[in-house]
Design a protein around this ligand. Sequence first.
Ligand code: TXA
Ligand code: MG
Length: 313
Amino acid sequence: MTPEVRRAAEILRAGGLVAFPTETVYGLGADASNSAAVARLYAAKGRPPAHPVIVHFADAPAAFTWAREVPPAAHALAARFWPGPLTMILKRAPHVGDDVTGGQDTVGLRVPSHPVAQALLRAFGGGIAAPSANLFGRVSPTRAAHVREDLGAAVDLVLEGGPSEVGIESTIVDLSGITPALLRPGHVRAADIEAVLGRPLGARGSDAPRHSGGLERHYAPRTPTRLVPGHALDAEILRLGGRAAVMAFSRPDERAARWVRMPRDPVAYAQRLYDALRELDGWGCAAILIEAPPDAGDWAAVLDRLRRAASAA
Ligand code: TXA
Ligand code: MG
């Protein structure tokens, strides 16, 4: 254990806030059993209190002590995907506080694989409540520098762990109902989960739990952002008089104010996505134009985030 990780665990035990890297995005952590610490966490993010937060653990046995029912499907998914970028919603155990569940009967559990997250969870020993370490409604952080930009002095310590490998938030699957349902697409694809479950995932039902990732316009830059089909991109750049910041697969023919090239592979695209959005947003252009990726299979998670970034305020 490094001295930094030891200090981070001490800060958590004392009710403080520690930002830490995970393989998906950076999380803002607090002791999930300490209501005052969780309240500080919500205040630092500017997050409404009724929103539930994911609780992180070092391994599946520890995580499952926070659920009162662990269906065979949860064991099967844990064996296949934990540690890794999957969050499971399960019925909460009696000791789990309303502050991490938003008062719901369920709790979100995740076992991250990032070595620094693992070291912190082992040093701390308990559950760490951790939403993404950004201000509420803003783009999630994939680098320690993003966390400092957004949260600055509101965090007691930021653990450095390099750029996040996955780059978008974990896949969320709800196992608290009769039919398992996908609440948020991610790097672990619906098809991969269905292969383990041996049955199709249900659509999110009307009785499904509330979750802030389900709000319209959640992962949004400040600059007005639009998704544009590739064939219409040049016309849009022209219409904006070149004052557009562009995210595209290849150099536009029309001169944009600035542009970034995105990978044609959805996994590489996801890894780069939030960093690119922050960069484009920082240029202060009139608009951000994003060349729409194909609306097909493996792009589901990226498209979900792009649509939210681009939905009107
Ligand atoms: O990859 C991730 O999941 C990152 C890293 C830090 O682990 N965390 C993350 O947390 O994205 P956050 O709070 O930004 O998003 C968590 C999502 C929210 O949409 C939240 O409402 C939902 O999970 N969630 C948490 N507990 C829930 C529950 N009991 N029922 C339904 N949704 C829940
Ligand atoms: Mg978030």
